[in-house]
Design a protein around this ligand. Sequence first.
Ligand code: AMP
Ligand code: MN
Ligand code: MN
Length: 317
Amino acid sequence: MRRIEEVLDGAEKICITGHIHPDGDCVGSCLGLYNYIREVRPDLSVTVYLEPFSENFLFLRGADRVDHTYPDAGPADVCLALDCGDKERLGASGKYWDAAKRKVCIDHHVTNTAFGDINQVCPKASSTSEVLFELMEEERITKETAECLYLGIVHDTGVFKHSNTAGRTMAIAGKLLEKGVSSSYIIDETFYKKTFPQNKALGRALASARLLLDGKFIAGAVTADDLRELGLLPRELDGIVDQLRVTSGVCAAAFLYETGEAGQEWKVSLRANDGVDVSRIATLFGGGGHVKAAGCTMHGEWSEIAGQLARLVEKQL
Ligand code: AMP
Ligand code: MN
Ligand code: MN
């Protein structure tokens, strides 16, 4: 695919969706594409379906029009799955995907299973937002579309600091800035700003952290009780694992939070420094992601899970 317009050919009804627990890149890419299609093809009917996401993203154009209720809807001519590595991660949107006449997957996960009829998967790209930029006609990207894509890139690169930040990423970010995007607003208000309970959760994760493998692996956790007490939702825990990863001497980090649904079930976020591929570890437990950032769900005592992960990290050292 060279241009997004190609896959819209002959279609009237378009559906856009992304992965469960939508993060900045997922929301930014879905809304960026939504705004772009409304600009270049105002004749089409377009709906975005996503799970509820951080209120920090609500300023993006179109955020208030995202459908979080997953109503029954007739088949779309084209369904686009963004920032999603496999069909299961579409969650409740899977029904729109199954029903769609043309299924298009646009993504950057190295573990992507190419589950679309058309797959535009670029593991070297920092973010799905970056992949989308390359598929758009630059002149037709409005300030509002640019804000969405810029936010996606900022979040998936950890503000241009992760190793997925290439020269091309910076060049694209520069072009988006020239569209009038307020970089400092997006970086401060949507990435760095934390509520008091979020900072307390970071504190608990750091206080619980254990160093394993002679300081080469770190793991920290927050329990379902912590989350209840602090009144936090899982989607408010972004960034904690990144603080664990920058502990000096560490090759890989894990942050676990207990999902309320079933006792002793943990969502595990993994991050690697040079020399470790955490996507391989996450895949062993039915998850996936990128070489340096991946996730999965695991069961048991969290300290045992940490030990199990440490042994897998050790094998790669
Ligand atoms: P997280 O740990 O949620 O910050 O996710 C890190 C990266 O791994 C993101 O790109 C996610 O999309 C991906 N990821 C997280 N959990 C899973 C999972 N269970 N299956 C596939 N990919 C995942
Ligand atoms: Mn994502
Ligand atoms: Mn992404």
